[in-house]
Ligand binder design. Sequence first.
Ligand SMILES: [Zn+2]
Length: 195
Amino acid sequence: MHAPPDGPLHAHSIAETFLFAQLTYCPHCRRRPVRPAERLRATGGGRDPWLLAVECAGCGRGTELRFLIDPPPRSPEQPDARINPTPARSDLIDLAGWVTLARGIIDGAQKTGQRDERRDLLLEAEQCLGEAMKFFEPGRDDPCDDAFFTEASRARAKEHPDAFSRSTIVALRSKLPTGARGPQIKPRRPWWKWW
Ligand SMILES: [Zn+2]
């Protein structure tokens, strides 16, 4: 839904970096979403950024997304299934992004013939809606003023306010399993194979 901003992007997990990439449009032609060209890779130790090479599905041009991940991931080979192990809301993906991701993932779950994969996808969608809930003040059905990060998101929210209300998100979330809240769940589907 957006082109990547300049500078490193602040993520809370490897999962969030891939979900962000899924919503990101090509910075060159701005017409098509990017796709990961390879796995996320560390550039050093500690707080050095992680790099995700992506390429455009349309014009084919490549670019690199640079992420700072906090808390630092243990291993890109075995990413934690939790999208955000902290109570902080996302700096990268706004309310419209989380709802879009959740709906897309639920759609993918309905299409797969594999029971385990379906459950993993529904757990992932549930987490996306949990992240969406962080954009509401207690007791309010309409989102915070800063819940949308881009003009495109704000326009969508204005056009479809019901799609981004707390009650809509709560209703959608209530149909999903909630096992992903436990730290023991591991993803069977590698994040980089979403495409
Ligand atoms: Zn392009």
